[in-house]
Each structure stands twice: as C-alpha cells, then as structure tokens.
Design a protein around this ligand. Structure first.
Ligand code: BES
Ligand code: MN
Ligand code: MN
Length: 450
C-alpha cells in the first residue's frame, strides 16, 4: 500500500481523542476500539470481539489458524493520556500534523502509532505462517482494570508461544532495544485534615494547625533532598544491578549531560548520588508528587487556614518489590510521620507490580535478527523506567513477553507535542514484517506447545 494511504489510515486513528481517564471521552474510547476492530478485520481476523465492557472494552482478535505454526499474541493499547496543557501544542493534539519528517499527535508514539505498525506489518507481506492473537486494550493509561479482570476470568487468552509488546522506544536513534524490566507503580492520594473547617488565619493563626503545612512536612519526611525515600522497608527487596549489567549500560549511547540539557532541559539532576542516572531511572524506586489540592488557590488573596490538603503521589517499583507490600508500607509511614493532632489517610487509585523478563527464548533472537536486517543493528538489552500494568499477567501462562518499541526517547510521551518520526514508522513496519516472517519459518524453533 502506498505511504500516503497508510498515513491517512493512521491519522484517522490519531484523530480519535480516546482519553481513558476522562469520562467525557467514553464515546471516543469506544470509537477507537471500533477502529481497532475494523483494522483487525481488514488484516484477516474473522473472530473479533469486544471483551469486558464495564468501561473501555478490550479488543480481542484471532487470525486464521495455521496448523503447526507458532502462536503470537500481540498486545497494545488504543487509549491515550490527557493532552493538557493545550496551549503548549504547536498544532492541536488530535489533529495529526506532519512536520520535519515527523507526525505530531497525542498517541503518535504511545501507543497508536506502534499498534498501527504491528498490524500493518501483517498486511505488508504474504500471510506469515503465524497464528496471530490480539489483545488491544483501552485502559492501559488508567491501570488496565478491565484487562486484569478479563485475564483473571479467562487466563487461557494469554496462552501463546510468544507475546509481543511494542510500547517502548529505541535507546537512541539507530539503537533498537529489548527490555528486561519494567517498573511497577503505586498511585495514591494522601489527605491530611487538621480541623473541622477552614479557620480565619488571624483569629487562629499561630495556634491552630494548618493542613497544607502539615502535608508539606509529611511529604518532606517521606522523601528528603538527597533523593532518599524514608518509607521503612521500602529498599529491602531492591537489588543493585549486577556489575556486568552496570558495565553494559556504560556502553549504551546515553550521556548524563545530554540527558539534562536536551531531554530534561533543566539546570540539574536529582536523586541518589551513589547511583548512575540510568540506575536511578531503571533500577531504583521513586516517589513523585503530581499535584496538591485544597486551600485557597484562586485569584487574589484570602486569609485562611485550610482544614484539608490532598497530594496526588505515585511511586515506581522495581523488580522484587510487591505492590501490595509497598501499599502497606506507605500507609504505615504516613501514619508514623503525621503528628498526633492531624488525621492522615491514604487512598489508592491504581497500581502495578514490576515486571522482569529473561531473554532466553528463541523469539528474542528472531526479533534481534529482524532489527539487524532492517536497521543494521541488533537490539540491545535495556530496562524501562515506565510501567505497563498487565505485563506480569501476560507472562502468567509462561510465554516469553517481548518488550520492545519503535519510538525514540525524545517522543514526549504524555507531554505536549508528542511525535513519531516517519522513519521509525516505516522501519517499524518492516521490522515487524521481518519478525513475523522469521517466526513463521519452519526452523524458527519458537513453537513450544502442540
Ligand atoms: N508506554 C508507556 C510505558 C513506558 C513508557 C514504558 C516509557 C517504558 C518507557 C505506557 O503507556 C504508560 O505510560 N504507562 C503508564 C502506566 C500507568 C498509568 C499505570 C505509566 O508508566 O505511567
Ligand atoms: Mn503506552
Ligand atoms: Mn503511556
């Protein structure tokens, strides 16, 4: 198919504002699910279903049966993060625009553009000898509840010889990657209450506690300026990467100074001094404050002592940490650090266990070969700082989960002016086409079950 036609199809997908976390976009999420279903039918799936429709459905697809061929389960997501702040987009987030060899739109890289590559790669060649299965969900950016529930009820959906997830990036232009870990996530609201109602800051100030002040102090105790998190027990299960792994990271095309000046574009980096920047990003837990609500933030001035303050926070978890344990540890730490005269509570919004993948299945060699054939360089093992909540569940039937991607590190996921480079898109289609071809060839050695 010609490239203009392909871009028209991708643009149609990108134009749908499928923001899963905002109820106002429920219809749009449904429309994106319909787009995926139609695309699956176009590439030959006869069995296409919407599963678990409490909120945004999971799109299930089953390609034609190829007896004796390996089964590949393809995972992706059609939902996107909210596009705000809108004023910072050069062109609107849901009006995909081509500029300088890139396509700008919310979801261009995360994950619609990559889902498009995975599907288009099937259409791009004579039918590969592979039994394709698809799970394309609409709640990845919101904790994947629907898919979790589905896989609990129907664990056989993840029975396959390999699972392919393309929701990450190269480590640098020209450097494709395959990921051995993903961080987990623990998202929570911490609320502090100090009195029954707000109080006049003249009448009461000096003697009555202030909820915002108490919350700030509490947050400051949970993590100190040196980057250390003081939640008792948190670092217990955290293992340092092996010497060999740390040495391998030193050879990656990653430069701490460039990371600061070109990617963060700030004046300095933070975090544990004794760990390299990659170790901080990939192998250590984090504690982030996303926003603080409450008190007076309107125009002008109001002299009030706020009675309540809430912080939205999240922690990234690394291999061997358990979400359930970290939740308990956070609650215990909040109770311990809050003074007796404040009521502190924690409400959990969503979360995910970390994932760890061994690269010892033959499927990884085939992907490596496909990258080599198409880009001239094989895939380097790396770790990912981000999370994909269902990856441990995708691995639960024993299939190797291949975590890879065709984006670039500066694609600005979740941020204004998200983009995908056209070169990455065209190469990506070719990489997956070649991967399917290798997988379907007689000698791939991937098929593990009858
Ligand atoms: N594609 C990302 C995950 C990702 C990003 C992995 C960068 C590796 C590098 C995914 O769509 C994502 O953003 N996940 C959320 C999950 C959360 C909302 C439960 C995340 O990591 O914040
Ligand atoms: Mn994603
Ligand atoms: Mn995302």
């Amino acid at each position: 198919m010609d490239r203009d036609q392909l871009l028209r199809e991708l643009n149609e997908f990108l134009r749908i504002p499928s923001v899963s976390t905002l109820p106002a976009h429920n219809q749009d999420c449904r429309a994106a699910a319909e787009w995926v279903a139609a695309a699956l039918r176009r590439i030959g799936c006869r069995d296409v279903e919407f599963l678990g429709s409490q909120t945004h459905p999971v799109v299930w697809g089953k390609g034609p049966d190829v007896p004796g061929a390996p089964t590949l389960l393809i995972y992706g997501h059609y939902d996107v993060q909210p596009p705000d702040p809108l004023a910072e987009w050069t062109t609107p987030p849901f009006e995909p625009t081509q500029r300088d060899g890139r396509i700008y739109a919310r979801g261009a890289a995360d994950d619609k553009g990559q889902v498009f590559c995975l599907l288009q790669a099937i259409a791009a060649s004579p039918r590969p000898g592979v039994n394709f299965r698809f799970l394309i969900e609409g709640e990845e950016e919101y904790g994947s509840k629907v898919l979790f529930d589905l896989l609990k009820r129907e664990p056989q959906r993840v029975r396959a010889d390999a699972v392919l997830v393309a929701d990450m990036s190269y480590v640098a232009p020209g450097w494709p990657a395959v990921y051995t870990t993903l961080r987990g996530l623990c998202y929570a609201e911490i609320t502090v209450r100090t009195s029954k109602t707000d109080l006049h800051s003249g009448e009461y100030g000096g003697a009555a506690p202030n909820a915002h002040e108490e919350l700030c102090r509490l947050l400051g105790r949970l993590k100190t300026a040196d980057g250390k998190i003081h939640i008792p027990g948190l670092y217990g299960p955290v293992k340092r990467p092996s010497k060999a792994e740390l040495a391998a990271w030193k050879k990656l095309p990653f430069n701490e100074k460039d990371f600061l000046t070109k990617r963060v574009q700030g004046k300095g980096l933070v975090g544990l001094k004794q760990a390299s920047v990659l170790e901080r990003l990939w192998a250590l837990p984090t504690f982030e404050i996303h926003g603080i609500l409450g008190g007076f933030t309107g125009e002008g001035a109001k002299t009030v002592i706020p009675a309540e303050a809430t912080a939205k926070v999240s922690m990234r978890l690394v291999p061997n940490q358990k979400l359930a344990t970290v939740e308990r540890q956070l609650v215990a730490a909040v109770k311990r650090f809050a003074p007796k005269y404040v009521t502190a509570s924690v409400r959990f919004l969503h979360g995910a266990d970390p994932a760890q993948i061994k690269l010892n299945s033959p499927a990884f060699k085939l992907l490596d070969q496909a990258f080599k054939d198409v880009t001239g360089r094989g895939s380097v093992p790396a770790r990912a700082g981000g999370s994909i909540p269902v990856v441990p569940a995708l691995a639960s039937a024993g299939a190797p989960v291949i975590l890879t991607g065709i984006g670039l590190p500066d694609d600005r996921l979740h941020a204004p002016n998200e983009k995908l480079e056209l070169k990455q898109l065209w190469d990506g289609i070719e990489v997956f086409r070649r991967f399917y071809e290798l997988l379907g060839s007689q000698e791939s050695g991937v098929r593990s079950r009858g």
